[in-house]
Design a protein around this ligand. Structure first.
Ligand SMILES: Nc1ncnc2c1ncn2[C@@H]1O[C@H](COP(=O)(O)OP(=O)(O)OP(=O)(O)O)[C@@H](O)[C@H]1O
Ligand SMILES: [Zn+2]
Length: 640
C-alpha cells in the first residue's frame, strides 16, 4: 500500500466571507496535497467550515434569516472560492453535517463516561466577541486583547474537561517528539504555555444563552462549546471510528493552521485525542500572519484583501505563486499589490516566461518544432551543468516541500531557471546555428533546455497547476495529472523523447501593471508612475549584507563574454570580482576608481572566472553608473 498523506486546514468560521489569509492556508494545503500525490502517496485533503456559535446566531438574526440559512450562504462562498483558486480538496466538511454531529456526541459521551468531564459552577470574565472566558492575566489593560473591549463578569454552571490531568503527559510528548509542532518557534511557544498550570476547559454553553450548537449527549440543557465541536472535524470527516478512510488516513495527518489557533491545536486537541483514546496526529504545521501595515489581516479588523479580486486581476497561478513564494513559512509577511506585481513581472514574466518562449522559439527555428536527438557529450564547454543542477534542485525541492517551506522550494526552482537563462547566453545557440560543424552542440544545448523545462514544469505544478499543465502540453506531453506529474520522472534526466513535437512559443505570463485601486483612483493624471520596490526587509536582513569600499587595481575583459569584466579590487584584501560592466566601461576607465563591493556574497563562477563579491552598479546596456564614495576612503571601510 502506498504511504498515506492526510492534510487539513482549519475549518473557517462562517461569520464573514473569506479573505486572503484563508486563501493562503488553503492554497498551501493544496500545494502540499498535490506535491505528496506527485511523490506517489495516497492523499486526502480536508477543508471546511465551522458553523455553530454565538456570532453566527447573531449575524443570522441581524439579517433576519435562520443560522443554518446564513451558514449555507457563507459556507458556499468558501467552497466557490476554492474552485476559483484551483483547490482540489477531497472533502469539504461542515460542522452542521449530520455525521459530524454524531461523532461529536459519541466522543463527548466516551470522555464523560471515562470521568474526564465534570460539572461546576464558574464565575469569570467573558468576552462575547471571542465567546470565551478570560483570566485577569490574559487581559490587556483590563480589556480583551482581540476586541479591546472590557469583558463582562458572568456566573454560570458549566461542564469542564480535565485538561490539567494530562498536562505532564503532553509536555513529555512534545519534548520526545521534536517535530510534533513545527516550525520550532511554535513548539517553544507551546512548551512555554505549558510551564503555567493548565486550566480545565469549559466545553458547554447553556441552551438558554446559546442554542445554535450540538447538544451535550449527557445533558440536553447544554450545547457543546467551540473546540469540542470544531476540532473533532478532523476525525469525523474520515468517518471515525470505523470507516475505511479513518483506518487509512488517521493518524498520518498534517494539520496546517496559522499561529492564532496554536493553543487549541497544540494543547486542547492532543489532550482530547488522548482522553478519547484516539491516536495522536503526526504533525501540527504553523504559519504566520499576512499583515496589512503591520496588523494581522482579519475579518474582525476589516482590513482584508479579497482573494477573488486578486485572482481576477492577476490570474490564479500568479496569485498562488506569490503567496507561496513571498511568505517564509512560519513567519509573518506584509501583503502589498506592488510586491505581487513585482514578483509576477520579475519571476514569472521575465525569468520563467522568457525562458519558456525563447526555448520554444529556438526549437521551432532550428529543429522544426521537434525535440532534437542529442548527446550530452556534445555540449559546448560551459561552467553551468544544467543536468546536474536539475538533480540537486529536485532533491532540495523535495526536502523543502515536505516541511511546508514552499518559499524555499520555489527559490531552488528559480535558481535552476536562472541558470538555464544564463546557459542560453553562454552557449549562444544562435552562434552555434551558423556553423554546420556545431550542429551536434546546438542539438545538445536545445535538448538540455527542453529537458530542463520539463523538470521545471513538474516542479511548479503543485503551486501553479495550470501552468505546469500548459508547459507540459507545449512540450508534447499529455495525460492525466497523476501520470504527467510524478516526482520520480523529474529525478531522471533525459526522459524527453527525441522527435516529440513541441508547440510554437507561447507567452505564459504577460507582464502586468499595478491595477488602479480605489485609493489612488483620483490621483492627478500626471502623477509620477509608482515604482515597484522590492518587498520590505527589516534591519536585521539588511545588516547581513557586508558592503565595503574597494579600490579597483586592475581590470580586463573576459574573452567571449560581451558584458563581463574581471576586476581586481582591494577591499582590505585583494579580491577578484566579475562585473557586468563591459558595455558601459572600458577596463582602463575603472582602474584606480573606488567602488562599493558586496563582500559576503557567495562566490560564483562566471565564464570560468571565480567571482568573490559584487560591484554595486546600475547598468542598462551601455548606460551604467557604479556606486562610489564622495571622498577617498581606506579600502575595506564598511558602509551601513
Ligand atoms: N492574516 C492571516 N494570515 C494568515 N492566515 C490567516 C489570516 N487570517 C486568517 N487566516 C487563516 O484563517 C484561520 C482562522 O480563521 P478565522 O475564520 O478565525 O479567520 P479570521 O479572519 O482570523 O477571523 P477573526 O478576525 O474573526 O478572528 C487561521 O488559522 C488561518 O488559517
Ligand atoms: Zn474578545
Amino acid at each position: 500500500m502506498p504511504d498515506c498523506f492526510y492534510i487539513t486546514t482549519p475549518i473557517y468560521y462562517v461569520n464573514a466571507k473569506p479573505h486572503l489569509g484563508h486563501a493562503y492556508t488553503t492554497i498551501m494545503a493544496d500545494v502540499a496535497a498535490r506535491f505528496h500525490a506527485m511523490a506517489g502517496k495516497k492523499v486526502f485533503f480536508l477543508t471546511g467550515t465551522d458553523e455553530h456559535g454565538d456570532k453566527i446566531m447573531k449575524a443570522a438574526a441581524a439579517r433576519g434569516v435562520s443560522p443554518k440559512a446564513y451558514a449555507d450562504t457563507i459556507s458556499a462562498l468558501f467552497r466557490d472560492l476554492w474552485t476559483e483558486l484551483d483547490i482540489g480538496y477531497s472533502h469539504f466538511i461542515r460542522t452542521t453535517d449530520e455525521n459530524h454531529k454524531q461523532v461529536v456526541s459519541r466522543v463527548l459521551a466516551a470522555i464523560y463516561e471515562a470521568g474526564d468531564i465534570y460539572f461546576s459552577e464558574y464565575e469569570g470574565l467573558y468576552c462575547f466577541g471571542c465567546e470565551r472566558f478570560y483570566t485577569e492575566r490574559e487581559l490587556v489593560n483590563g480589556k480583551c486583547p482581540d476586541h479591546d473591549t472590557p469583558p463582562e463578569r458572568i456566573q454560570e454552571a458549566n461542564y469542564f474537561f480535565k485538561m490539567s490531568k494530562y498536562q505532564q503527559w503532553l509536555i513529555d510528548h512534545i519534548t520526545d517528539n521534536p517535530d510534533f509542532i513545527r516550525p520550532e518557534g511554535y513548539r517553544t511557544e507551546i512548551l512555554s504555555f505549558l510551564k503555567e498550570p493548565l486550566d480545565d476547559l469549559c466545553i458547554s454553553r447553556p441552551t438558554s444563552r446559546l442554542d445554535w450548537g450540538i447538544p451535550l449527549p449527557f445533558d440536553d440543557r447544554y450545547v457543546t462549546y467551540v473546540w469540542f465541536d470544531a476540532l473533532l472535524n478532523y476525525v469525523s470527516a474520515l468517518g471515525y471510528p470505523d470507516d475505511d478512510r479513518y483506518m487509512t488516513f488517521w493518524p498520518a495527518v498534517q494539520h496546517l493552521t496559522a499561529k492564532d489557533i496554536i493553543k487549541p491545536h497544540g494543547i486542547y486537541w492532543p489532550i482530547m485525542l488522548k482522553a478519547a483514546g484516539i491516536p495522536l496526529y503526526n504533525h501540527l504545521n504553523v504559519h504566520g500572519f499576512w499583515q496589512i501595515e503591520s496588523c494581522k489581516m482579519s475579518k474582525s479588523l476589516g482590513n482584508v484583501v479579497n482573494p477573488l479580486d486578486m485572482k481576477n486581476t492577476y490570474g490564479t497561478d500568479a496569485f498562488r505563486y506569490f503567496l507561496c513564494r513571498e511568505m517564509s513559512f512560519g513567519l509573518d509577511a506584509g501583503f502589498s499589490e506592488e510586491a505581487l506585481v513585482q514578483r509576477i513581472n520579475a519571476d514569472l514574466a521575465n525569468d520563467l516566461g522568457n525562458l519558456f518562449s525563447r526555448v520554444l522559439a529556438m526549437t521551432a527555428k532550428y529543429f522544426k518544432n521537434r525535440v532534437p536527438a542529442a548527446d550530452d557529450a556534445n555540449l559546448p564547454p560551459c561552467d553551468i551543468d544544467i543536468g546536474a543542477l536539475a538533480r540537486t534542485t529536485v532533491a532540495a525541492y523535495e526536502a523543502q516541500m515536505a516541511t511546508f517551506h514552499m518559499n524555499r522550494a520555489l527559490a531552488a526552482v528559480w535558481d535552476l531557471i536562472s541558470a538555464m537563462n544564463r546557459f542560453i547566453d553562454y552557449s549562444a545557440p544562435w552562434t552555434l546555428a551558423k556553423d554546420p560543424a556545431k550542429a551536434d552542440a546546438l542539438a545538445a544545448v536545445i535538448y538540455t533546455l527542453l529537458e530542463g523545462l520539463r523538470i521545471v514544469a513538474g516542479l511548479v505544478y503543485p503551486v501553479m497547476p495550470g501552468t505546469g499543465k500548459t508547459m507540459m502540453a507545449h512540450l508534447g506531453l499529455d495525460g492525466p495529472d497523476s501520470e504527467l506529474f510524478r516526482l520520480e520522472d523529474f529525478k531522471q534526466w533525459g526522459r524527453l523523447v527525441p522527435d516529440t513535437v513541441v508547440a510554437k512559443p507561447a507567452s505564459l505570463f504577460p507582464r502586468v501593471e499595478l491595477a488602479p485601486s480605489t485609493d489612488n483612483a483620483c490621483a492627478p493624471e500626471d502623477a509620477p508612475p509608482a515604482i515597484a520596490f522590492a518587498p520590505e526587509i527589516d534591519i536585521d536582513a539588511f545588516s547581513k549584507v557586508d558592503l565595503r569600499v574597494g579600490t579597483v587595481t586592475a581590470a580586463e575583459k573576459i574573452p567571449k563574454a560581451r558584458k563581463l569584466l574581471k576586476l581586481t579590487v582591494d577591499i582590505g584584501e585583494i579580491r577578484t570580482v566579475v562585473a557586468g560592466l563591459a558595455e558601459a566601461y572600458a577596463p582602463e576607465d575603472l582602474v584606480g576608481r573606488q567602488v562599493v563591493i558586496v563582500a559576503n556574497l557567495k562566490p560564483a563562477v562566471l565564464m570560468g572566472v571565480e567571482s568573490h563579491g559584487m560591484v554595486l552598479a546600475a547598468v542598462d546596456g551601455k548606460n551604467g553608473i557604479t556606486a562610489t564614495v564622495d571622498k577617498p576612503a581606506p579600502p575595506g571601510t564598511r558602509l551601513k
